[in-house]
Design a protein around this ligand. Structure first.
Ligand SMILES: C[S@@+](CC[C@H](N)C(=O)[O-])C[C@H]1O[C@@H](n2cnc3c(N)ncnc32)[C@H](O)[C@@H]1O
Length: 361
């Protein structure tokens, strides 16, 4: 089966299409990763690379914090050579580029940096950073697997409760974004919804975003690690606060837009983060740390507190530097924005006691 068939589930069932309308999972797969898909056109001149801004873009302080995670894994593994760092859904490779620059020499010369990305390799990516389309096979990574805002772009199917109280897939016409009701969810989707989406009432109009493909994607990422850490950062929701109307959103030229899956824009849906976390824990056979970005970055030494004005008179240049760092940290830790993102830090074959203090369970 090819990549796209795998992403959209590879199967077709009765009620999956009506006229031109298809399951959201199928539409999202084509819109993002088809030949003319939004992400397939990234990393090229005029491509979609500048159309999204994640924590990795917002500030180098995000990479500084990730470096502390990498250092913790390195120590837990006894400073191996090489130490793998694999970024899944790496985009333009921003995080890996920054880690390469920030790593101290004793570590930098042992780092084996790899991106896993559907988009083509950027022409200006340093040669020593590897570029793959597929995640590493099970157990191939001794080190760290990272993923920032990857899972929200893993395509999923959506269903809505109709006026008779039945759950029906939502089908979408790709060029217009018009939606129609489709068939009943498969047994597997219905089971996922009963397990992960049943704490809010399923009355008319409730939309369920079936997160199983994200759970599987994260399980694959965790299974790639033989020993070390898997870390994912993304926006999401927990069992006690699933959004009634769903979270499907488009981003066009960096701005929130209607979710039309025509390849012109990013199409994303929040991650059922507790379901993803549980899938990773099952594969790893040990517990993960699930926290918010605000908490995680605080534990890793960032704070958004402005420097005292007295510093401006004593050391004007130092004051400007400290103010800039505080401003960047404040953006990364803002509870109304990036700070509300979730972090899952999953140890694999190492003790959670190896995590930086403050991130230990
Ligand atoms: C929103 S971007 C985030 C990019 C990057 N992590 C960052 O923070 O800038 C999501 C990326 O995940 C990639 N992606 C999604 N699913 C993928 C998969 N299964 N394998 C490889 N890349 C994938 C997309 O092509 C896209 O570049």
């Amino acid at each position: 089966m090819d990549d796209k068939a795998l992403l959209d589930g590879g199967t077709r069932a009765k009620g999956d299409t009506v006229g031109e309308a298809v399951l959201w999972r199928t539409a999202m797969t084509e819109a993002l990763y088809g030949d003319e898909g939004f992400f397939s056109r990234a990393n090229q001149p005029g491509g979609s690379g500048g159309h999204f801004r994640t924590s990795a873009h917002a500030s180098p302080l995000f990479a500084t914090a990730m470096l502390r995670i990498v250092v913790a894994a390195d120590e837990a593994l006894g400073r191996p050579n090489p130490l793998d760092v694999v970024d899944i859904g790496a985009g333009g490779g921003h995080l890996l580029r920054r880690l390469a620059v920030l790593a101290p020499t004793y570590l930098g010369r042992r780092l084996r940096l790899s991106a896993v990305e559907f988009a083509p390799r950027p022409a200006d990516l340093p040669e020593h950073i590897n570029w793959y389309r597929e995640p590493p096979p099970p157990g191939a990574v001794a080190g760290v697997v990272l993923a920032t805002e990857w899972l929200d772009n893993v395509p999923l199917a959506i269903a809505e409760v109709d006026e008779a109280g039945h759950l029906r897939y939502v089908l979408v016409e790709p060029t217009s974004g018009a939606e129609v009701a489709g068939g009943e969810p498969t047994a597997a989707d219905a089971e996922w919804a009963a397990r992960w989406w049943s704490d809010s009432p399923w009355d008319e109009g409730v939309r369920i975003e079936f997160g199983a493909p994200r759970d599987e994607a994260w399980a694959t990422a965790v299974s790639a690690v033989s020993r070390g850490l898997a870390v994912t950062v993304d926006y999401g929701h927990m069992w006690y606060a699933r959004p009634r109307a769903g979270t499907l959103t488009g981003f066009y030229a960096g701005r929130r837009a209607s979710a039309v899956p025509d390849g012109s824009r990013d199409i994303t849906a929040h991650v059922a983060i507790d379901a993803v976390c549980a899938a990773g824990e099952t594969v790893a056979g040990q517990g993960a740390v699930l926290t918010t970005q605000r908490e995680a970055l605080g534990a890793l030494g960032l704070d958004g507190v402005r420097p005292p004005l007295s510093l401006a008179t004593r050391d004007p240049a130092g004051y400007v530097r400290a103010l800039s760092a505080a401003t960047q940290a404040a953006e990364l830790m803002d509870v109304e924005g990036l700070g509300a993102h979730y972090w899952i830090v999953q140890p694999v074959g190492i003790s959670a006691a190896a995590l930086p203090a403050g991130l230990r369970p």
